[in-house]
Design a protein. Structure first.
Length: 199
């Protein structure tokens, strides 16, 4: 029987460290970040469905969140200031990212590949949830900046400001993001006792 490397390769997300150009008080790996993005993206869709009468596939959003940076197993984590330095670099990185994603998909049996292509590249009708996943990615980055700041690390001050600016821009067209930022982000950084014993 043939064996396939897809899941063994994906499991290596735990070895990819994020924020490589920054001094970290605690290193964050890609697995942790992807789990956070998946949970936040799911929550954003639930908010959209319950409060705004949308019909969003929250489970698919969570799956997209889990795999959204899987290509970094091959490419490594490209620092944001480098990735978005100019349009040429941004376009080149998008191409490299796509090649890496297709390379990962080649590690699946042919009969399963199309299911994962849909997660990696999406269908025409899931553009809105992909915007929410992007917002979840930014919110996760903001939470990392807040964690570093609460640990006394000022290295993330500028990153926090630019991430907040990005989230504000995104939330203009995504009311779910505005709700999440107001209701769920402020408690990050509280002690466990505060989180458990208070609302």
């Amino acid at each position: 029987m043939m064996t396939y490397n897809f899941f063994a390769t994906i499991s290596r997300m735990r070895y990819i460290e994020r924020w490589a150009l920054m001094r970290n008080s605690r290193v964050e790996n890609l697995s942790e970040h992807s789990l956070d993005v998946a949970m936040i993206a799911h929550g954003l869709c639930v908010i959209g469905n319950v409060r705004y009468g949308k019909n969003l596939n929250a489970e698919k959003a969570a799956l997209i969140g889990l795999y959204h940076d899987a290509s970094e197993i091959i490419t490594g984590d490209m620092p944001t200031p480098v990735k978005y330095f100019n349009e040429d670099l941004k376009s080149a990185y998008k191409n490299v990212e796509a090649v890496a994603q297709y390379h990962l998909l080649e590690k699946l049996p042919p009969d399963l590949k199309s299911a994962y292509e849909d997660i990696f590249f999406g269908a025409e009708d899931d553009g809105y949830i992909r915007k929410l996943v992007k917002a979840a990615d930014k919110i996760s980055a903001l939470i990392k900046c807040m964690d570093e700041e609460s640990a006394g690390n000022h290295e993330f001050v500028t990153a926090k400001e630019s991430t907040l600016k990005s989230i504000k821009t995104l939330s203009e067209n995504l009311p779910e993001v505005d709700d999440f930022m107001k209701e769920f982000v402020p408690p990050y950084g509280k002690t466990l006792d505060d989180l458990i014993n208070n609302n």
